[in-house]
Write a protein that binds this ligand. Structure first.
Ligand code: ATP
Length: 252
């Protein structure tokens, strides 16, 4: 079953869609959510899973990860990256991530201190983790990414099966979607993708569809603007919404 990367511009609704998908898919099987956005603060609230656990912590902290990456670079790629040496199953994940009602959660890492350096090691950790993660038929992996396209440069999509491109009604969102489609359609790591319009009204939905059709981009799913979503987010509450029609339309 798929490992899905959720992408789009800042604030377009990546975390919201991730939480709705997790709620929906957890009725079918187990869902593991990886928060790969080092600046994200609220996905755990949306999922209702209170957890500070990180993959960086599991690997011994940022200094250990940096050491591992440096030795990999020095060996000119000959030495295996000594992060996640063995394959990981959902059973393994349960030993070091947080779980509630069929949904597991962990962050890649967080920026904890000013001047601590860039987030590149976290991109490498996300990529290597996804490469080692084995997923069975009734299991799903949702990866909430940081805004923009930097993760594609870091190759985070290498072991991904499907990319969800979230668009909100804005010119920048459409431009970013077009750029992302170009990036994920390149070479041997080309990935299938689905396009989801979020925060739409009846009017903006038609206009967005028209603009995207001009660029030959097909829309696969819609998530209307919903006051329940913004209200829950304002209070930092768990998002309880499920949407089977939407998720079915963007899963395959
Ligand atoms: N369909 C919707 N209806 C109403 N509000 C929405 C909807 N989708 C998202 N929002 C609101 O938009 C804001 C941004 O949503 P969200 O945090 O999911 O975006 P994001 O893409 O993950 O953001 P970031 O790039 O900062 O990680 C939140 O306040 C959220 O409640």
């Amino acid at each position: 079953m798929p490992k899905i990367l959720v992408c789009g511009r800042g604030g377009c609704g990546k975390s919201t869609l991730t939480a709705i998908a997790a709620n929906t898919l957890s009725k079918r099987g187990e869902v593991f959510v990886l928060d790969a956005d080092e600046s994200n603060l609220c996905l755990s609230n949306m999922l209702g899973i209170d957890s500070e656990k990180t993959l960086m912590g599991y690997l011994g902290g940022k200094a250990e990860v940096k050491k591992a990456l440096l030795s990999f670079l020095k060996s000119e790629g000959k030495e295996k990256t000594p992060m996640f040496i063995n394959e990981l199953t959902f059973e393994d994940l349960k030993k070091f991530s947080s779980w509630k009602d069929n949904i597991g959660f962990i962050r890649t890492g967080k920026i904890e201190h000013g001047m601590e350096g860039c987030a590149c090691p976290m991109g490498a950790v996300t990529r290597e983790f996804l490469k080692k993660l084995k997923v069975k038929d009734n299991q799903y992996v949702l990866v909430d990414t940081e805004a923009g396209i930097e993760h594609f440069g870091r190759g985070v999509h290498e072991a991904i099966d499907l990319v969800w491109l979230v668009i909100e009604p804005s010119f920048e969102s459409i431009a970013l979607c077009e750029k992302t489609i170009g990036l994920i359609s390149e070479g041997r790591h080309a990935k299938p993708y689905k396009v989801i319009l979020n925060k739409v009204s009846d009017e903006s939905k038609l206009e967005l569809e028209r603009l995207l059709a001009e660029k030959k981009i097909k829309v696969n799913g819609f998530l209307p603007f919903n006051r329940e979503i913004s209200k829950a987010n304002l209070k930092g509450e768990k998002l309880t919404i499920e949407d089977l029609n939407l998720i079915n339309s963007i899963l395959q």
